[in-house]
Design a binder for this molecule. Structure first.
Ligand code: PMP
Length: 295
């Protein structure tokens, strides 16, 4: 039998089956906390420093003090992977507000909790990259930038979960979320890109999407490959009439979208720009200079 995965909670390692937190933790009671999803490829944690920076920026927005320095956090992530002898993994880093009382006041939670889970993740069908995925535009609007904005990677993902339920009951793979003005924002856990006449386009910051680390990498990569990449508003009509669409995210990496609300996108197959970016992205994640080594 293989050894049980070890989970880091506040500096102590527990076997997965015993890795538990209090029912009084405000992460559970109120979704009060922040998280990151990170991947390791071939012994290197891809863009770990960037993920840690975003985690601390999210925590700062919630006035949540993380009880480790960024360097200590990086060490803890790497050590957790080492203990589990993992060189390819999905890492879930969670910081909760910690244990409080049943009221929502965060001042009642003296000590935030840090959790590091290193495991695997499966988010799409096995043939998703080869065939592309189907989507619907969800009726659930993304929270506005002056509300519980998804720019903050908080533990409150109900907005995404409602959209995901819509996709599930509609029999499609994933949902696309609009902002309150009806402009395209992002997927439930992915950033969105559109290709039209050879130009690549992604929504601007003011729609309130999470500033994706994969998206940033893909934008740089695409520019290096000579594509013109712009940030501009995208309407549902522009989705329907795109040549190509794709999502980016740590979990999905780069995945083509071939259907939106039963409209076929392009010729219904992953397009050439998407395929090129998928292939180049898979090379890039294996380059050790794009991350922090585990050993
Ligand atoms: N948007 C949302 C809402 C997400 O949860 C994620 C996944 N973390 C993304 C976009 C993609 O971000 P990244 O490329 O940094 O994983």
């Amino acid at each position: 039998m293989s050894k049980e995965l070890q989970v880091y909670i506040d500096g102590v390692y527990y076997p997965k089956s015993e890795a538990k937190i209090s029912v009084y933790d405000h992460g559970l009671l109120y979704g009060d906390g922040v998280f990151e999803g990170i991947r390791a490829y071939n012994g290197v944690v891809f863009k770990l420093k960037e993920h840690i920076d975003r985690l601390y920026a999210s925590a700062h927005a919630l006035m949540l003090h993380i009880p480790l320095t960024k360097a200590q956090m990086i060490d803890a992530v790497v050590e957790t992977l080492r203990r589990n002898s993992l060189s390819d993994a999905y890492i879930r880093l969670v910081v909760t507000r910690g244990v409080g009382d049943l009221g929502l006041d965060p001042r009642k939670c003296p000590k935030p909790s840090v959790i590091i889970i290193t495991d695997t993740i499966v988010v799409n069908r096995e043939d998703a990259k080869a065939k592309g995925i189907s989507t619907i535009i969800s009726w659930v609007r993304r929270d506005a930038v002056d509300a519980t904005s998804h720019e903050v990677k908080s533990l409150n993902y109900l907005n995404s979960i409602l959209a995901k339920i819509e996709a599930n009951i509609s029999g499609v793979d994933e949902a696309i979320c609009l902002d309150r003005n009806g402009l395209v924002c992002e997927g439930v856990g992915e950033n969105l890109f559109l290709v039209k006449n050879g130009q690549i386009c992604t929504p601007p910051a003011d729609v309130g999407a999470l500033p994706g680390i994969t998206a940033r990498v893909v934008i740089k990569l695409a520019r290096e490959l000579g594509y013109n990449v712009v940030e501009s508003d995208i309407t549902p009509y522009q989705l329907f009439s795109a040549d190509e669409l794709f999502f980016t995210g740590t979990a999905v990496e780069v995945v083509p979208i071939v259907e939106v609300n039963r409209r076929v996108i392009g010729n219904g197959q992953p397009g050439p720009v998407t395929k090129r970016l998928m292939a180049e992205f898979q090379k890039l994640v294996l380059d050790p200079k794009n991350g922090v080594p585990i050993s």
